[in-house]
Design a protein around this ligand. Structure first.
Ligand SMILES: [Zn+2]
Length: 162
């Protein structure tokens, strides 16, 4: 398992020079640090994640596929505990390929397809086509989804409804 900070820091709750520098340089956030400590405590050092993003409504936790279940915990115990601690809902999203990340972000809305669009200025955008009947099912604002997906995957995306 891996955390944004090293295990020793997660366990001790105090940052070593290397982790302090990561925080200072903005490679990790305060939220990453706090969540690392909380998850270390909850999982006894067995649970990892890659990073967390604080949006208006939820905290998005990005984690490798095999850590998702552990973060959620038995019957959702861990995620409930963490939500209480951070005062916000947490959503765990699997990292890996960007298409499955997008599916996770918009669920339970249904994706009709994802197309790669080559713009005239040389930019490449992924167009995510969602069934317009499912628009109300989105749990985040479209802008927010776009922003988060782009920061996670480094791909530009554009959400359209059909
Ligand atoms: Zn450290």
């Amino acid at each position: 398992m891996t955390l944004p900070i090293c295990d020793i820091c997660a366990k001790a709750g105090v940052l070593c020079n290397a982790c302090e520098l990561k925080l200072k340089e903005g490679r990790i956030s305060k939220l990453d640090v706090e969540l690392s400590k909380a998850l270390y405590e909850v999982g006894g050092g067995e649970i990892g994640f890659e990073g967390a993003i604080d949006t208006d409504k939820v905290i998005i936790v990005l984690a490798p596929k095999n850590d998702i279940g552990k973060i959620i915990g038995k019957g959702g115990d861990n995620i409930r505990l963490l939500s209480n601690k951070f005062g916000k809902q947490l959503r765990v999203i699997g990292t890996g390929d960007m298409e499955s990340a997008i599916y996770d972000f918009v669920a339970p809305a249904k994706i009709l397809g994802i197309n790669t669009v080559y713009k005239q200025n040389g930019e490449i955008t992924k167009r995510v086509r969602i069934d317009k009947k499912d628009k109300k099912k989105l749990r985040m604002d479209i802008d927010e989804i776009q922003k988060v997906v782009e920061s996670v995957t480094n791909d530009k995306i554009e959400i359209t409804f059909e």
